[in-house]
Ligand binder design. Structure first.
Ligand code: PLP
Length: 370
């Protein structure tokens, strides 16, 4: 559906790591990769390269002071890695529904949740909105609600590197933002992530915590609990090469989206998410909704037909408030995410998809939808 797509430059950075013997979770590629990301995001950001996006969310929550017994608001419609770190800290997730246009956190339900949690005696410690499939959330409206109640935002931009709102890059909106370079993301380091902030001191602290929280001493001295969350210099070399082709990857993903869109234009009952004015999606994955009443087939009919032809597709994320591990936590919403899960399908969207692959996919789709 979305496989790694190397650009060519990666090998050289990895070779440099080998020839200089920087085979460690530090080195010139790590520093260079952080600078590449910072300048891509606009230059004023500070970046800590980490072993995963999940680690970035975990450290972000730690730096926001989240601890046992706290509540953290999280978008329900997401991958579980948005919510798991809340539980690592002994805190409690409070899930908020999506709104139907961006499919991301509803600012209205967010405010309803904050009011109700405060009425019940606890003010949430942080808010985690997500830009799913690359589509920016209504991040300015979410930020306005967060500001009104003075609650910090931790932006999960794992799927949205290259997306923007009114020219401002996703990954620069939150007090902290998390990026992921897992194998299926728009660019990859095989596994990796980053924590981003305008706050240089906070990013220094994140780097410190990510390298076992070693105090400044000749011996090993610790006054904080540390983590082994730094990105390897070898992986960062892959990341440096991938940053050289990031814009090509975004362009290609958007091209694939547009190609699907023209196919589905003539198919009643199939809809796709539209960019709001000023919104720019990296179109990490092309996703569709299948309204079976109109289309005459279900999402599953289409998915199984693709599977029979050895083509991978997948239902949209199953909302967190429906997951067995999270179903007893509070949820605020109107089942928008549930409907997206029931009707939605992610289609093969890798930037290395060939014309031939695409023709095969379309012929199965045409067969099913007529
Ligand atoms: C991939 C992803 C993460 C986690 O990133 P990893 O690098 O895989 O740990 C978090 N949130 C979302 C929305 C993701 O898609």
């Amino acid at each position: 559906m979305s496989s790694p797509h190397m650009g060519g430059g990666e090998q050289q950075f990895v070779n440099e790591a080998f020839s200089s013997n920087w085979i460690a979770p530090l080195g010139p590629n790590v520093n260079g990769f952080e600078q590449d990301i910072a300048s891509y995001l606009g230059g004023h950001m500070h970046v800590a390269a980490l072993s995963s996006g999940t680690a970035a969310i975990h450290l972000g929550l730690i730096l926001l002071g989240v601890g046992p017994g706290d509540e953290v608001i999280c978008q329900s419609f997401t991958f579980s890695a948005s919510a798991n770190p809340i539980c690592y800290l002994g805190a409690k997730p409070v899930f908020v529904d999506s709104e139907p246009e961006t499919w991301n956190m509803s600012p209205e339900w967010l405010e309803a949740a904050i009011k109700d949690r405060m009425a019940k005696g606890k003010k949430p410690k942080a808010i985690i909105p997500v830009h799913l499939y690359g589509m920016p959330a209504r991040i300015k409206e979410i930020q306005a609600v967060a500001d009104k109640y003075d609650i910090p935002v931790l932006e999960d931009a794992a799927e949205a590197l290259g997306s923007s709102v009114d020219g401002q890059m996703c990954g620069t909106f939150g007090r902290f933002s998390a990026l992921s370079f897992n194998g299926n993301k728009i660019i990859t380091t095989s596994g990796g992530g980053a924590l981003v902030s305008v706050d240089e001191g906070a990013i220094k602290k994140a780097t410190f915590l990510a390298t076992q929280a070693r105090d400044n001493a000749p011996h090993y001295q610790h006054s904080h609990i540390g983590y082994n969350y730094r990105l390897s210099n070898v992986c960062a070399g892959i990341g440096r090469g991938q940053m050289q082709v990031l814009q090509d990857r975004v362009n290609r993903r958007r091209e694939i989206f547009a190609a699907y869109k023209s196919v589905f234009a003539g198919k009643p009952g199939i809809s796709m998410s539209e960019e709001l004015p000023g919104y720019f999606s990296n179109r990490w994955l092309t996703t569709i909704l299948v309204d079976s009443d109109i289309a005459g087939v279900t999402r599953e009919d289409l998915r199984l037909a693709l599977e029979q032809n050895n083509i991978e597709s997948r239902p949209l994320w199953k909302p967190m408030h429906q997951q067995p591990i999270f179903e007893n936590y509070p949820y605020y919403g109107d089942c928008v995410a549930d409907k997206l899960f029931m009707q939605g399908l992610c289609l093969p969207s890798g930037s290395n998809l060939t014309e031939n692959d695409f023709e095969r996919i379309i012929s199965v789709i045409n067969e099913v939808l007529g």
